[in-house]
Write a protein that binds this ligand. Structure first.
Ligand SMILES: [Zn+2]
Ligand SMILES: [Zn+2]
Length: 135
């Protein structure tokens, strides 16, 4: 099974073979800034199972103060990837879930970094909430 997705301008396209375990909605301040939204939802994949189909030359990296690398489309600005030092040691990368064209096989199972949740966004589901990370 291949799961396909793209950035907003559709010049960057990719496919993923499978996903790693569970994932949460992240309410950290850096994700808020990166996405321009209340929270981000990234899903972890093995680097070897993420294949770029087009637009690789448009990928642009931003290395944040905490040494995490965030990748975005240099044409349309779509938030694409997150890679922490943990990801580097595991040879995985996290990809923004909303980029996928259609995906019904995965569901977030937590809210993380709720200590910095946007005050204008209310969490109204019953998923467990972690003030920071849960790993
Ligand atoms: Zn784009
Ligand atoms: Zn975050």
């Amino acid at each position: 099974m291949k799961y396909t997705g793209s950035c907003l301008c559709k010049q960057i396209t990719f496919e993923v073979d499978s996903f790693q375990k569970s994932f949460g909605h992240c309410h950290c301040k850096m994700c808020q800034k990166f996405h321009g939204a209340a929270f981000s939802t990234f899903i972890e994949v093995k680097k070897s199972e993420l294949n770029w189909l087009s637009g690789g030359a448009l990928l642009k990296e931003y290395r944040a103060e905490n040494d995490a690398i965030r990748t975005f489309c240099s044409c349309c600005g779509s938030s694409l990837l997150f890679e922490s030092t943990y990801n580097r040691s595991e040879n995985t990368i996290e990809i923004a879930l909303a980029l996928f064209d259609s995906i019904e096989v995965v569901h977030a199972d937590a809210h993380i970094y709720t200590e910095s949740k946007a005050p204008w966004f209310d969490i109204n589901d019953t998923l467990p909430q972690y003030r920071q990370y849960r790993r």
